[in-house]
Design a protein around this ligand. Structure first.
Ligand code: BES
Ligand code: ZN
Ligand code: ZN
Length: 492
């Protein structure tokens, strides 16, 4: 729970003061009593003398009250305050009986406008890190973290309060994406996924789901082929946000891979870690989360999300290695490996999006290849693009929010590796390595009108066992913050 106030609350169990690298803080407004100032000052002297390096330290003011002192760098990256917020959440976990904290924002020596932004971000980071997916812990409720009541103490109460609404919209989008990714695959079938997306219509999003019959009529056979072995129906869903109705601005398009479970199909995956393939729909979840954020913050932009939702199963009707399908683009695809299914889903989703919306650009997100994890591990997503400007903007946004991407090349020599002997294109390359790149080359074949396009391979980023500054481990929602920043900064 978060609230805002102008003065410290006597009953809260703790309060936070921010200090500079030189161990000063500002109390111009005399919010702190003389007694508190004295205690804090002598504590800071000790910290300084001992050259304590920790960013966060605690001081007992009385038996019932603590003061947390957070040291802030003089020069910092755009995402710094968000990440301190996350670190503060982790730190607070050591203090089991604290349930209310006052945060004295004005103690930081910052210009007022900056202060507003920084404190919204601090709370944003704290909230992102506090995420928990515990709905299936039915008989072991003890692990649930206690909720903490926050009060931001500042003279700029109204400003921070309204700035925070923007960050809260992003948080909601990230959490929605994490929730979708965390759901087990027996629950989150494509059908159930569609129902969850449809509930977002109440935010003003225009949502349409195409079922198998409609997809067949339209000719999205590459997508349909992937779901052929599953008893769950395949869907393509479009989610439109028309936040800028007056303008003739072409929409920004976001396309996501939504493989609700990837067994590999007839080219079956080995058993080890196969359970991780429930997160093979993470690209789509990021797209859905992003559209939710745009709607919540009433973004002044037209955008569309398109997600292909399907389950890749072996079965008596499953697609076989050797099958040839005619994609929505008209190109035929020889399926050499049914486990390279994400690109089949995206092939149709990309050309459908390009044709239907004639977007300003298309960005797709997918847990597309194991090869990208070999190349970049769990640090960077792979970025591929036919457009330098789009690519640069994505890169700059990625640096601002610390959701890192690294651009890898596309080249006609890689493209050649995807030529099939008997169809227009084949879905894997047998020679030449470069698995993440050749997958991207495959996708590029389905951008038919040279629309600026970027592909983010997020296989290493979508789900991480290890906790990080802004998530507790598990589904990360990687991409929502990045793309929201991109839209806000460069296109809105
Ligand atoms: N969903 C996988 C990619 C993946 C692997 C995501 C590991 C996250 C973690 C994708 O559908 C796949 O199976 N790709 C194959 C392609 C290969 C058959 C050319 C791969 O990467 O092994
Ligand atoms: Zn696969
Ligand atoms: Zn997959």
């Amino acid at each position: 729970m978060l609230s805002f106030a102008r003065g410290l609350n006597r009953d809260s169990e703790a309060f936070v003061v921010f200090i500079t690298e030189k161990y000063d803080y500002k109390d111009k407004n005399s919010i702190l009593s003389k007694d508190l100032v004295k205690k804090i000052d002598s504590f800071l002297k000790i910290l300084k003398a001992k050259n304590i390096r920790e960013e966060i330290n605690s001081l007992d003011i009385s038996e019932k009250k603590k003061c947390f002192v957070i040291k802030v760098k003089d020069k910092y990256e755009d995402y710094y305050f968000t990440e301190i917020g996350g670190k503060f959440f982790t730190y607070l976990k050591n203090f089991k009986n604290i349930s209310s904290v006052d945060i004295y924002a004005d103690s930081l020596n910052e210009h007022k406008d900056n202060l507003v932004k920084l404190f919204s971000e601090f709370i944003f980071g704290f909230n992102l890190k506090s995420y928990a997916f515990d709905k299936y812990k039915i008989l072991s409720k003890n692990k649930i973290d206690k909720k903490i009541n926050f009060k931001i103490i500042t003279l700029y109460k109204n400003k921070i309060e309204s700035a925070y609404r923007y960050y809260n919209a992003i948080k909601e989008g990230v959490f929605f994406a994490r929730d979708l990714v965390s759901e087990p695959p027996n629950i989150l079938s494509p059908e159930v996924y569609v129902q969850k997306i449809k509930k977002l219509a109440k935010l003003g999003l225009n949502i349409k789901a195409y079922n198998e019959k409609e997809l067949k009529k339209l000719g999205l056979n590459a997508l349909l082929g992937v779901g052929q072995g599953s008893s769950n129906e395949t869907y393509l869903v479009t989610i439109e946000w028309n936040g800028n109705k007056q303008s003739k601005q072409k929409p920004l398009a976001f396309v996501g891979k939504g493989v609700c479970f990837d067994t590999g199909g007839i080219s079956l995956k080995p058993a080890k870690f196969m359970e991780e393939m429930k997160y093979d729909m993470a690209g789509s979840a990021v797209v859905v989360g992003l559209l939710k954020t745009l709607a919540l913050r009433k973004a002044n932009i037209n955008a569309v999300g398109v997600v292909g939702l399907v389950e890749n199963m072996p079965g008596s009707n499953a697609q076989r290695p050797g099958d040839i399908v005619k994609s929505y683009s008209g190109k035929t695809i020889e399926i050499l490996n049914t486990d390279a299914e994400g690109r089949l889903v995206l092939a149709d989703a990309l050309s459908f999006t390009e044709k239907k919306y004639k977007p300003k650009f298309i960005i797709d997100l997918a847990t597309l290849t194991g090869a990208i994890i070999i190349s970049l591990g769990e640090e960077y997503a792979g970025l591929f693009s036919n457009n330098d400007e789009l690519s640069k903007n994505i890169f700059k946004s990625s640096e601002s929010v610390n959701e890192k991407v690294w651009r890898l090349p596309l080249h006609k020599n890689y493209d050649k590796l995807m030529n099939s002997n008997i169809a227009d294109v084949q879905n894997i390359n047998y020679v030449g390595g470069a698995g993440a790149i050749t997958a991207a080359q495959f996708l590029q074949r389905f951008i038919l009108n040279n629309t600026p396009w970027a592909h983010l391979d997020i296989a290493g980023m979508a789900f991480q066992k290890k906790a990080a500054n802004l998530n507790p481990g598990g589904a990360t929602g990687f991409g929502v913050r990045l793309l929201n920043h991109l839209i806000k900064k460069y296109y809105e």
